[in-house]
Design a protein around this ligand. Sequence first.
Ligand code: SF4
Length: 201
Amino acid sequence: MKNIFDLETQNNSLDGKITAGFERLSQVFRVLLWEKAKKHDLSPIQIQVLIFIKHHTKNKATVSYLAKEFHLTKATISDTIKILEQKEYITKTVNANDSRSSTIELTAKGLEMVLVTEDFTNPLFDLVKIVPEKEKLVLWKNLSSVIEQLHYLQVINVQSTCHNCGYFVQQNGNNYCRLMDIQLETKDIRLDCNDHKPVRL
Ligand code: SF4
């Protein structure tokens, strides 16, 4: 069976080149994150968890949610949380009303760590910034569509995008957010929204 790593398949097909391009980009992020991890004596997942906690609501900072978000087992996330707690980057407090749940928060030291690591995506961010606006819109439209389909196929677990939000409606070919009561143009479609309301697939 042919695949994109077969150079004949890849070089004779635009589909193969685009897919290989995505694969190359995933390597880029892995390398950039590893550089930060080595520099700060943390693992890539420890850095990702800290960054995630900083930018999301408290109800998402749970072992179950993080396990889904990062496609890892709850045991792996629990170990990650334990190490981050030992290194004093986070605090974990068991909720008084329900001993099975706990609140995970960044400490001041954790916040400092996020501030020096969360820019690991900047080399790509800087390149995207200089792409002409029209081309960016086409890129975003296609990229968000690919992500939506990967979520539908359950390749990507958690998605807090407009396309699978309970507040998202389509009318007369236009997209709307009922929560904010606004029309959503391509540039407004969100990949990760803290107001997202999950809907069943
Ligand atoms: S609440 Fe957020 S995710 Fe949902 S439709 Fe509105 S902007 Fe999109």
